[in-house]
Design a protein around this ligand. Structure first.
Ligand SMILES: [Zn+2]
Length: 501
């Protein structure tokens, strides 16, 4: 009887902290205890481990078995500790010898079936990332191997059954090694802007939003093409770099929806329905899972029919919009998930949808319109940088040729983004107040119109800073070092809801 230690990892938010699975088998009455604050699922692991070992021609030791998952204060869930516990028991009971002496540099994860097969697990990617950083290789279920192999510098050893794992550790069998396999292709083609006829103002606003990563609100009657425009944003923003793509893949891994290779590097575009709950939007659950805003990390969150969302659901967006992350507290534990997304929203101009529309016959009263718009709180409206009205096209515009293609717009957007990165290291939407003071000072003409507009519109301090950031982007698009009168005029005109209220 003896002691064994096997390395594994837990999951907490986007992190995968190390867990040491310590197994101690001593003399005494037969007992099998797992300590270290494991939760209900880990306790069930006892039964699976016992059956898997017995059904794989190993002996379940009859002494007093204590399994300690350290550190104790780490929340642990899922069956991912089955395999390391089973391997630890076999080593501690001398049924298995680690001939390669590799287990101090190798991590093991995997849930066992009663017959000893390895089942797939969630959140493989964050674990593989952390293992690679620690210089460890990983042994895991074959079905998860290609996902883990997205991580460069991670040696991935894949197995289908506990017997294979034991033969590998004992040096009597081989296991398949997965090489790092980051897909090299570019994202699938998204819908192209050339499909959008006319709409010069909306197209301009979309380009500004893409260039400075600003949030955007599209206002227009049903069927004028608001969501058609929104869905074309991802085709004109710069592609993700490897680090961003890996963050997106990690969130998907935690959500239990691993990326398909065809989705690699494609910016996420999430469009939850307006009946979405607050928990589904920002994340939640007993074991906190990422919500829509985290699935939209490094991409876009599109909220169609904005006033139809429950107000308290929209209010929970305020924190992530400021800090780019969301902290979910459940009982004593906290999980943080990344949530840096570009918010795109769309709404009708009034409850019936046809206010100001040449086709419609709006009978909404001014009071109804005001109540409808007030469903979007001032603080949320403040956080929407650009408000643009999308009119219905005249028949003759519908017949004109196609618009400029996404590829050409994307090239301009890319140049403007590069300029921002050279100047301040990030995009204009992310400038903090001090950086706004430093980089967004208008010339004298610009300053005077800003002063007048601030008084007339009653802009909040936040709204004021946002106007300056949008004006900075417009000036950058024009290649101007200072923000001038015309840049500010355009930025102010793009806050039409402030003006109407
Ligand atoms: Zn109406």
């Amino acid at each position: 009887m003896g002691i064994a230690t096997v390395l594994s990892r837990a999951q907490r938010g986007i992190d995968a902290p190390q867990v040491r699975v310590e197994v101690d088998i001593g003399a005494g009455l037969p007992a099998f205890n797992i300590v270290g604050l494991p939760e209900a699922v880990v306790k069930e692991s006892k039964d699976r481990v016992r059956s898997a070992l017995c059904n794989s021609d190993f002996k379940f030791p009859c002494g007093r078995i204590i399994v300690n998952l350290a550190p104790a204060d780490l929340p642990k869930e899922g069956g991912r500790f089955d395999l390391p516990i089973a391997v630890g028991i076999l080593i501690a009971s001398a049924q298995l010898t680690d001939v390669r002496c590799e287990l101090n540099e190798c991590e093991i994860y995997g849930e066992l079936s009663l017959s000893g097969e390895l089942r797939s697990m969630k959140a493989v990617l964050p674990a593989a990332l952390a293992a690679a950083t620690a210089g460890h290789s990983v042994i895991l279920p074959h079905i998860n191997a290609s996902e883990a192999a997205l991580v460069k510098d991670c040696e991935v050893i894949a197995a289908r059954h506990i017997v294979e794992v034991c033969a590998y550790i004992a040096g009597t069998g081989r296991l398949e090694r997965f090489r790092a396999n980051v897909p090299s292709f570019t994202p699938a083609v998204t819908p192209d802007l050339c499909d959008v006829r006319g709409q010069p103002h909306a197209r301009r606003a979309l380009e500004i939003a893409a260039a400075g990563q600003h949030s955007l609100l599209l206002i227009g009657s049903p069927g004028v093409g608001k969501s058609m425009l929104a869905r074309r944003l991802s085709g004109i923003v710069p592609p993700m770099n490897d680090a961003e793509a890996m963050e997106v893949a990690a969130v998907r891994s935690i959500a239990g929806r691993p990326l398909k290779p065809s989705e690699w590097r494609a910016r996420p575009f999430r469009s939850p329905h307006h009946s979405v709950s607050a928990a589904a939007l920002v994340g939640g659950g007993v074991y906190p899972r990422p919500g829509e805003i985290s699935l939209a990390h490094n991409g876009m969150l599109f909220l169609d029919e904005l006033p139809e969302f429950e107000r308290h659901v929209l209010e929970v967006l305020r924190e992530p919009l400021e800090v780019g992350a969301i902290t979910i507290s459940r009982a004593a534990r906290q999980s943080e998930f990344p949530a840096r997304f570009q918010l795109i929203a769309a709404m009708n101009p009034c409850p019936c949808g046809y206010l100001g529309d040449t086709n419609g016959n709006c009978q909404c009263t001014a009071d109804q319109v005001r109540r409808y718009r007030s469903r979007i709180s001032g603080p949320l409206l403040d956080r929407l940088d650009l408000h643009v009205y999308v009119p219905r096209l005249e028949f003759k515009s519908l017949r004109t040729g196609s618009g400029e293609a996404s590829k050409e717009v994307a090239a301009r957007v890319m140049r403007t983004r590069e300029l921002q990165v050279r100047r301040q290291g990030g995009c204009n939407a992310d400038l903090d107040n001090a950086a706004v003071e430093r980089h967004c000072t208008p010339n004298a003409d610009g300053l005077s119109i800003l002063e007048r507009a601030t008084q007339r519109l009653g802009l909040s301090a936040r709204g004021y800073h946002r106007v300056l950031k949008v004006a900075r982007t417009i000036a950058d698009m024009a290649g101007r070092p200072r923000i001038e009168f015309e840049h500010l005029t355009e930025a102010l005109a793009l806050r039409s809801l402030d003006r109407r209220q």
